[in-house]
Design a protein around this ligand. Structure first.
Ligand SMILES: [Zn+2]
Length: 309
């Protein structure tokens, strides 16, 4: 029983960990190379965990492509940890979305590195809105480091970088966690990094303030599953283990169940508070976290109410 509750709190604390942990009165771990762990996914492909969202590190012929750069202060420890895996320089940085726990390390990446994101992310990364459902006061490293670490290359639906063993495909399928969610496929390995669009087996943040959507969320996840080609392993935003397309399909069903619950409540004339109180993780979604605190559920109920005419 103890293991289950620890996992539940990890999954919850995993999303925008600084803000959420602060709200819970907890101290997040300090930025340090020793607080970053390495999981090998496939040959030359790793997940570096700790200090924000999961970072994928892909060692290529002439350099390193990384996906997401963690919380403020964690960029340098991340680079130091990458040095324990390879001598090659970071040449490409991909940001899956605008949230600070995925982009703040950008400011210490090599100036020669190309930083890439979806057009929405590139446009809004330095001036994001307050994350829907969380309290204000999220850090913004781009304010303190004007002009540094900003992505310059953008895409709208699909972009392919490199070829052969080095090929990386970026996709966007519409709004979900934010308005600029990128799905990143390491083609030769059949591995996808989903960012927080699939952050964990838990109710995700539906960040309307940053272009996200509740109603579209399950549709976008299904489009991604059907649209990225063959993958067998999924690195997600915060989960401490790799997942599979079957897990992601189950997550799409879970999101659909939430949207259906909220829309049925609205149709029945219930208040947002009532609808939120009546939500609990359906039993058939084994391994999914319990519902987050009521205020957070309510924030997402409001998102779906607004989107349902
Ligand atoms: Zn996020």
């Amino acid at each position: 029983m103890k293991r289950i509750s620890v996992l539940g709190s990890l999954v919850f604390a995993g999303s925008l960990s600084i803000v959420v942990m602060a709200e819970q009165g907890q101290q997040p771990p300090q930025p340090s190379v020793d607080n970053i762990t390495v999981e090998k996914v496939k040959e030359n492909l790793f997940v570096l965990r700790g200090g924000g969202g999961n970072t994928a590190v892909f060692v290529q012929a002439k350099g390193v492509t990384i996906v997401d750069t963690k919380n403020p202060g964690w960029g340098q420890p991340l680079l130091d940890k990458i040095k324990t895996l390879t001598d090659k320089p970071v040449t490409t940085v991909i940001n899956t979305h605008v949230h600070f726990d995925h982009v703040s390390g950008n400011v210490v990446m090599p100036a020669s590195a190309e930083i890439v994101g979806h057009a929405y992310t590139v446009k809004n990364i330095a001036t994001p809105g307050t994350v829907t459902g969380l309290s204000a006061g999220q850090p913004n490293v781009f304010k303190e480091n004007p002009g540094k670490g900003l992505p310059k290359r953008s895409f709208s639906d699909k972009l392919t970088l490199g070829s052969g063993a080095d090929q990386v495909d970026l996709f966007h399928f519409g709004p979900a966690h934010t308005g600029g969610d990128a799905f990143v496929v390491f083609r030769a390995h059949g591995v996808m990094h989903t960012g927080d669009a699939f952050q964990a087996k838990a109710l995700p943040i539906m960040d309307k303030n940053n272009g996200g959507s509740g109603v579209e969320y399950p549709n976008t996840i299904r489009k991604a599953l059907n649209g990225v080609g063959k993958v067998d392993t999924i690195i997600n935003g915060h989960t401490p283990a790799q997942t599979t397309p079957a897990d992601m399909a189950q997550f799409a069903d879970f999101m659909q169940a939430f949207v259906d619950h909220v829309q049925a409540g609205k149709k029945a004339g219930k208040s947002a508070e009532q609808v939120a109180k009546e939500w609990s993780t359906p039993a058939k979604f084994t391994g999914f976290a319990a519902a987050p605190p009521i205020e957070r559920v309510m924030a997402y109920v409001y998102v779906i109410f607004d989107e349902t005419k």
